[in-house]
Design a binder for this molecule. Sequence first.
Ligand code: ADP
Ligand code: ZN
Ligand code: ZN
Length: 736
Amino acid sequence: MSEPCCAEVIVELPVARTDQVYHYTVPPSLRQLVKTGIRVQVPFGPRRLPGYVVGFSPPPPGIVLKEILGVLDAVPAFTEELYRLARWLGERYLCTTWEALQCIAAPRRAARERETVVLAAVGAAEEAARVLGRAPKQARAWEAARAEPGLTRAQLAARAGVSSGVVDALLRRGLLVPVKQALRRDPYPGRATGRPAAGPRLTAAQAHAVREIAQAVAARRQEIFLLWGVTGSGKTEVYLHGIARALARGRQAVVTVPEIALTAELVEVFKRRFGEQVAVLHSRLGSGERHDEWQRVADGRATVVLGARSAVFAPVADLGLVVVDEEHESSYKQEEDPKYHTREVALARAKLAGAPVVLGSATPSLESFARAVAARSYRLLTLPHRIDGRPLPEVDIVDLRKEHRAGNPHVLSRRLQAAIRERLARREQVILFLNRRGFATVILCRECGLVLECPHCAITLTYHRGGTVRCHYCNYQARVPQVCPACGSAELRHFGTGTQRVEEEVRRLFPEAGVVRVDADTATRRRALEHLLGAFRAQQANIMVGTQMIAKGLNLPQVTLVGVVCADTTLFLPDFRAAERTFQLLTQVAGRAGRGDVPGEVLIQTHVPEHYSIAAARQHDYEAFFTKEIALRRRLGYPPFAALARIIFKGALPGEVREAAENFKRFLAGAAAVEILGPAPAPVARIKDQFRWQLVLKSNRAGVLGEVCRQGYAEFARTFRKRVTVSIDMDPQRMF
Ligand code: ADP
Ligand code: ZN
Ligand code: ZN
């Protein structure tokens, strides 16, 4: 064995945002335990801090190193590869490695119920020997805890052959520290069948796609496939076959889905195929469940990882394939720091592992499709038809302007009402989609024109059934006032339509129908959502009213009619992706219709039937939409033709926030190849009593943009002393 190296450790230093690595020696008694990714306790000045071991190197000359005090967990919190991914995240999204590791490292054990306390030994061996010199039983217990971290009090006492009082004495002396750990739980119990089922016979298009992917898997070729398949074309089956090839070679696969809501259905499909090898990772799991699933992946019992954003960090040892389903989804962007995009992380990870990636969608993001058709850096695989030759649903437009002129004051046009009635008579199911929850979107005084706003945010309050108003940004709630707070008039009226109002109207028009509503108000928890979907699937209801929660992924063969109550909600948002979002959303919702034996119909209600994203959705014509939209992006210099960064300034005093933004801009001035827009108040200029300003940076050189932001931030942080927080969003997915 070579001369012992010293360990490189990063510690959490809340003040200094640095990536400094510190060196410590490893005492002989810990040598078996200290590996990359292990959480340790180290002396740091007068303090003891937790840290992660990130590597080993020869001791730097001329420095007296301190010793690692103890090992806090028995197993590493991340692998070598994931550490490199953390470094990449730091570079790409301008966060520290420590912050990146918070997304990546093993989930901390903090379950409330059913938790147990395990013990870890701390202190240098010499110190312990001195303290414990005359307490041989304690010394024995301490050695046992050090050799095997993660035992409970009783387990440790038994292992060392001492009473639990001896263990308590070590706890009092601070030579043992308690670490909380949750007990094992399975988030999706009883869903696996005994033996894995075989899939259906592949169609020619599926077989071609699988062949291409299988070759890349076999050759460990770092290739990116864009699987562009219309809704219902059997993309999932292609994923399953690709994954099976990776597993057959003893490797693992990671599959991300955009919406936690959709995982339950997919988990069943995956467990039917791969049985207990499937692990599920997403943030809505209980912390105990998450920890256990993570552990099953880390020790190799689970080889297929399915989940939302965080699944991309799954601790698999030998990544064979990554699948990003619905790659265009904006929910793949993490909205808190670090603001990473799951698809981009998946690509970076696959590159580190030398594994192929499959990006799947019926409506690929402009970025991905451009890379596939123009730059040809992605390989395009196409599934142009639905399974079994099922037709795509007939899509028709209802012009709401004509409807108003004809004197129909209702939310549902006469045409949509008639179509619903027809489906109810045939005992088929209906989905009504509206991307807005609540009852009405504004409350307005008819005397003075006042619109009720949230007292903490610059946003109108939404009226909810039962006489309350709510802020959809900060969740502020209040009773609706009796009279106008400005002029005292009693003429307060509500306007605009949310899902509650659609539900009410449907119940009034079709009293015999069963109705379920699925939105953030009814499906607050994962189980509530699964329950609502289950009831609908079991035909206990005929009509489902919902927000974008129900737009994607659901496979409900009895649904033959989809009504889009108003397509315009997303179209006029202050965001250059508004048209893309609208097209994607309409195509996705339309895709819920006619997935069974009876052909489907879709009715889109809108005030702007001539808009190109609505016209293209009507024709199921992705390419027409792409051609039009990509030309606009090119002309305006938006992604994929330029990289963007959005720098948001937040603070309690509007003057200071503005000053901060102006200051920051000065540090950016003179940067070549970067265009700076602003500073300007953010589109929502106040949230939770925090005023918001923003700068938007544009550049046709992505690498330059990151560097400019990093330097600007460093200068700003060094000089600006007022209480304003700065958050940098590289590749923002929301501009409002
Ligand atoms: P997509 O994800 O492209 O919208 P799905 O993967 O949900 O489509 O497939 C739609 C339906 O077709 C599913 O019920 C699936 O089980 C079924 N299916 C997929 N491939 C085949 C096939 N080769 N033969 C028969 N049925 C298939
Ligand atoms: Zn008024
Ligand atoms: Zn608010």
